[in-house]
Design a protein around this ligand. Structure first.
Ligand SMILES: Cc1cc2nc3c(=O)[nH]c(=O)nc-3n(C[C@H](O)[C@H](O)[C@H](O)COP(=O)(O)OP(=O)(O)OC[C@H]3O[C@@H](n4cnc5c(N)ncnc54)[C@H](O)[C@@H]3O)c2cc1C
Length: 323
């Protein structure tokens, strides 16, 4: 790696780089300002056996209080190119909302759902981010990546996308850095594109708390039997067999429940908030307590949508609110 070109910071505080404003330090951290430099750092990390974590805006992660070993690279590569035929090429460090704005300005529809989702294209791909029945993988044609130290273009199928999931969320994920995407969007009615975006934004403002969070902490539950058994669940959700995690948490009476500086959202129960300088351990403890209560009440375990980063090797799940 041209280490003379990229500055490596030691013991960098990850609270500064995550929307939950919690967690420990990265042993080593650098900022990649272009697609090529992200590629170079990723190859270097692979060749030297350094554990490598790429971070976008840190809006879907909780780094351990014990820190993140290896090298963390913050992706600041943000180029977006739009062709007349609706083909869009974007660096994975580009903001998802910026991508919506630029494509909407070019008269291209499809990404209105992204308004209000913080984060980069890369982070969005990892969890197949979405809202309002759409998601980021829908318009994907190809992904440029570093896989096992080699730069190549991958098909969307490689990523095994499903609801808020991809191959990169597996327990032992392949060694992949996402560099860029190619999307194919359709020309649409400009007024309709902005109207949709405005409406989505309006709905979001009504639900989303302003405090530090990682968005929805848990995934919704696809369980037709459970949905049918819940008398107060709205009919469209019953029909779809989907139970929002926030519904289950609210039914357990946990809105506003606190542990240390962490709190279950009072407005939206699926948000775990950092309201008073919470440690990552306090946030995780509260989230696991919530999960245990939901399991006790409804017999299902919730799956985290937020990702735990770094060294949680000494962590013990108790489901109790003790230190
Ligand atoms: C207020 C709020 C609202 C939200 N609303 C939504 C919503 O409506 N829908 C939704 O789906 N999500 C939502 N989120 C969650 C989050 O914004 C998305 O998951 C977002 O796409 C994450 O992007 P990021 O750049 O912040 O990723 P990060 O949090 O930085 O990273 C997430 C994961 O992706 C990995 N990663 C990031 N970039 C790369 C890369 N280039 N190559 C390889 N791995 C990479 C990281 O290592 C990490 O494992 C919300 C979050 C907040 C705080």
């Amino acid at each position: 790696m041209a280490s003379n070109a990229i500055e490596i910071h030691e013991q960098y505080d990850l609270k500064l780089l995550t929307t939950l404003k919690a967690g420990g330090r990265a042993s080593k951290l650098c900022f990649a300002r272009s697609r090529d430099s992200l590629a170079e750092v990723s190859k270097f990390a692979y060749q030297t056996g350094l554990k490598h974590t790429v971070l976008g805006w840190g809006s879907n992660v909780l780094p351990s209080d014990n820190g993140v070993p290896g090298l963390v690279t913050v992706n600041l590569a943000t180029q977006i190119q739009i062709s007349r035929d609706g083909t869009v090429t974007a660096d994975c460090g580009a903001g998802l909302q910026e991508l919506f704005l630029k494509t909407a300005q070019a008269g291209l529809g499809g990404l209105s759902f992204a308004v209000g989702i913080p984060g980069t294209v890369g982070g969005a791909l990892v969890s197949n981010a979405g809202a309002y029945r759409s998601n980021v993988s829908r318009y994907l044609v190809e992904i440029e990546a570093i896989r096992d130290g080699v730069r190549e273009w991958l098909t969307p199928e490689f990523m095994q996308f499903s609801y808020r999931d991809s191959i990169l969320r597996q327990v032992n994920p392949p060694s992949i850095t996402l560099l860029a995407v190619k999307l194919k969007l359709e020309h649409g009615d400009a007024k309709q594109i902005y109207d949709d975006a405005r409406e989505f934004q309006r709905q979001r403002i009504g639900k989303q708390p302003p405090s530090a969070s990682a968005g929805s902490f848990f995934k919704n539950v696809n369980d037709a039997e459970l949905a049918a058994s819940l008398t107060s669940l709205p009919l469209p959700l019953k029909d779809a067999g989907v139970v929002p995690a926030g519904y289950l948490i609210e039914q357990c009476g946990l809105k506003g429940k606190r542990f240390g500086g962490a709190m279950v959202g009072a407005r939206h129960a699926n948000f775990v908030l950092n309201v008073a300088g919470a440690t990552a351990s306090e946030i995780r403890r509260l989230a696991e307590y919530v999960n245990a209560q939901v399991h006790k009440e409804f017999g299902v375990w919730l799956e985290e949508e937020a990702l735990y980063l770094g060294d949680w090797s000494h962590w013990q799940t108790t489901g109790e609110l003790t230190e």
